[in-house]
Design a protein around this ligand. Structure first.
Ligand code: SF4
Ligand code: SF4
Length: 111
């Protein structure tokens, strides 16, 4: 049973890819292997001046939730390097409470 995860506030994800690179460097992954990967939804026009455009981080099975860092009390490296501060690490219970506070968020159970 998973106890920890990452809450993504994708309303504020800029699609900068810093999290992808930080994860690859931390784990020594091949260039085409990812722990976290950004998916782009849109852009397309919905109606009037309104547009659909979102960057949404997805987590692969190679994500170990940065166990080597978190056991030392450090944040996962993707969370640490996200300048938009749109990734939060914690227990699923704490993150679920945060999830209820606003839309356009996704909670991922990882470990
Ligand atoms: S928590 Fe660690 S292993 Fe998982 S995606 Fe983020 S940087 Fe990669
Ligand atoms: S570092 Fe943050 S803002 Fe940049 S792509 Fe990753 S989640 Fe989005």
């Amino acid at each position: 049973m998973a106890e920890y995860g990452i809450l993504v506030d994708y309303e504020w994800c800029s699609g900068c890819h810093s999290c992808e690179v930080a994860c690859q460097m931390e784990h020594g992954f091949e260039p085409d292997h990812f722990g976290i990967k950004i998916a782009e939804l849109g852009p397309w026009q919905i109606a009037g001046k309104k547009w659909q455009h979102a960057n949404i981080p997805l987590f692969s099975e190679q994500c170990d939730l940065c166990a080597a860092r978190t056991t030392q009390g450090k944040l996962p490296t993707c969370v640490h390097h996200c300048q938009a501060a749109c990734l939060s690490y914690g227990t699923l219970d704490a993150l679920a409470a945060q999830l209820k506070e606003k839309p356009q968020q996704a909670l991922v159970a990882l470990r």
